[in-house]
Design a protein around this ligand. Structure first.
Ligand SMILES: C[C@@H](O)[C@H](N)C(=O)O
Ligand SMILES: C[C@@H](O)[C@H](N)C(=O)O
Lengths: 165, 165
């Protein structure tokens, strides 16, 4: 039922950073994120997938205007963890759906993915919790993505549609 | 302050599946997750990091006893999307922290990562939302991980520590 999803949100001004091939050993994440926290940068999505050959990629998003200071923090971390590559992209935006009923309902994620697929929007990154699914898309597709998701869950017809978290 | 984190949780009986090198084009995620939803399997963490060379890896967790039926769903998806590799691991567990104040506080993620690092626990996967940070660890390290995180945020001393979402 549509009640599983109560709202959709767009976060437009994010930049994505990827630490490519970091040592997949205890402590590496701490070395990176503690230096970012020291500079008072609030990190939004953090995504790490399963590593390969002792290395893993960690991507995360920060406010677009904090990209430069975040890259400094990562440069510092590399002197401690051992070298790895860093890529970044500030032409991205986050589109999410929220709802309390998600965790128990199979089929919410695929309806969101169907909506994006039909709008020919490529999903660059995915992260989820029990009440929220977030995707990173190209910034110039963000509004089309939000509209597609809104329609898929009939959010405009739902009077209780609350601005999500 | 500790108030940013109100609880920690352990989900023990999960299996992790990774679709390795899927075509990074609109529709691929839908083809995979719609077939899993058709079999009424509830997916927990979904993690996709930025792709490379037109391919991306998507990992997700399902209840351990639904691993076989999920692998069938993926085999079916492959006939539509084009071939990709599939790996799985049922010796994993999810350890998370929850809290309403996270989104605005730099430093929650790194405190969790420090706690896991000091307990010499390797983080296999990370996914986040504004109110929750989830990590996948080896199942045999799950209790040590939960204890480390509990201590880091002084959760046992916090009378309002509520069972999280
Ligand atoms: C890659 C990174 O997450 C590493 N596994 C760690 O535990 O910090
Ligand atoms: C990899 C997968 O997420 C693809 N980019 C999609 O949009 O479905």
């Amino acid at each position: 039922s549509d009640r599983a999803v109560s709202g959709a949100a767009l976060t437009r001004d994010e930049a994505k950073i990827t630490a490519v091939g970091v040592p997949d050993v205890p402590g590496t994440s701490y070395e990176i994120f503690s230096r970012i926290a020291d500079r008072n940068v609030t990190v939004d999505m953090i995504v790490q997938n399963i590593g390969d050959g002792g290395r893993a990629d960690i991507s995360f998003t920060v406010p677009r205007d904090e990209l430069a200071v975040t890259l400094e923090a990562i440069d510092e971390a590399r002197t401690v963890t051992g070298d790895f590559d860093v890529t970044h992209d500030d032409q991205v935006a986050k589109v999410s759906v929220v709802g309390m009923g998600m965790a128990t309902q199979a089929g919410v994620a695929d309806r969101m993915f169907l909506a994006l697929s039909e709008a020919e929007i490529n999903i660059k990154m995915i992260t989820t919790s029990e009440i929220k699914i977030s995707t990173l898309v190209e910034r110039d597709q963000a509004l089309a993505a939000l509209r597609a998701v809104h329609n898929a869950f009939a959010l405009d017809q739902n009077p209780e549609s609350i601005p999500p978290l």
